[in-house]
Ligand binder design. Structure first.
Ligand code: DGL
Length: 266
């Protein structure tokens, strides 16, 4: 049995494209729907109840467009809403959290850094994972305030973005962190800049590949995989302006993406 329905992914904005890219590369035969809630971005400072309502509305939208599996390609939405989404919707839902476990396993200095939003760092998922996997190491956390907005504006290589990154990362590096977990899907879009700031002093961990592997595993377990060799379609939706999505999808897929502006009932 094969299932040609699309995989639905969502984020508060364009950040989840860092996950979409890995999913599309790993499973080129799977169709996708990507939803960027750029009108309500950033989610980081919003109350959990609001993020739950937005995430539920987006999930309903994706299911109405035939999604067979939902990827919450946003750490902040996963922290606030993964449990409520799983309770409400009868569809497989893959979420994400900062890669504390691999960072804790790989560190040689006993210090790891986590850059994420306020919502993610205050969430149960992060606290639980840190307690379970990083009890014997020092976890240095930093809220990346302002970075999501700069990514949404397309300032991926701007001096302002670089100086903000330096401001956030230098103290963690000075504290001897040799692993740096990117706990927000917007941040891997700044990877060239992050690598320039880190300058070989730490390993930067983006969980997107692990999430794509998990998506593939769940599709296989549930018999939801599309036929390999399928000609696929990728559809993008945004509640904001189409330009940021347009620019990034052109970089990632070298194709003219189909982007629709929509509004959300929540
Ligand atoms: N990409 C989201 C995340 O992974 C961005 C958070 C935000 O909108 O504040 O957390």
């Amino acid at each position: 049995m094969t299932d040609s329905r699309p995989i639905g992914l969502f984020d508060s904005g364009v950040g989840g494209l860092s996950v979409w890219r890995e999913v599309a590369q790993r499973m080129p035969y799977e169709a996708t729907l990507y939803f960027a809630d750029s009108a309500h971005c950033p989610y980081g400072p919003r109350p959990a109840a609001e993020i739950q309502a937005l995430s539920a509305a987006i999930t309903r939208f994706l299911l109405a467009h035939q999604a067979k599996l939902i990827v919450v390609a946003c750490n902040t939405a996963s922290a606030a809403a993964l449990e409520t989404l799983r309770a409400e919707f009868d569809v497989p839902i893959v979420g994400m959290e900062p890669a504390v476990k691999p960072a804790a396993e790989a560190t040689r200095t006993g210090h790891v850094g986590v850059l994420a939003t306020e919502g993610t760092l205050n969430g149960y998922l992060f606290k639980n994972t840190s307690q379970r996997h990083a009890r014997d190491i020092e976890v240095h956390v930093q809220v990346g305030e302002g970075l999501v907005e700069l990514v949404e504006k397309g300032q991926l290589d701007a001096p302002e973005t670089e100086s903000l990154l330096r401001h956030y990362l230098e103290p963690m590096l000075a504290a001897n962190a040799d692993q740096l977990a990117l706990g927000c899907t917007h941040y891997p879009l700044l990877l060239p800049l992050i690598e320039r700031v880190v300058a070989g002093r730490a390993t930067v961990i983006d969980p997107a590949q692990a999430v794509a592997r998990q998506v593939q595993r769940v599709l296989m377990q549930r018999g939801l995989e599309a036929e390999t060799g399928c000609v696929t379609q990728h559809c993008f939706f945004t509640t904001g302006q189409p330009e940021p999505l347009q620019t990034l999808t052109a970089i990632f897929s070298q194709q003219q993406a189909k982007i629709s502006q929509v509004s959300l009932n929540w």
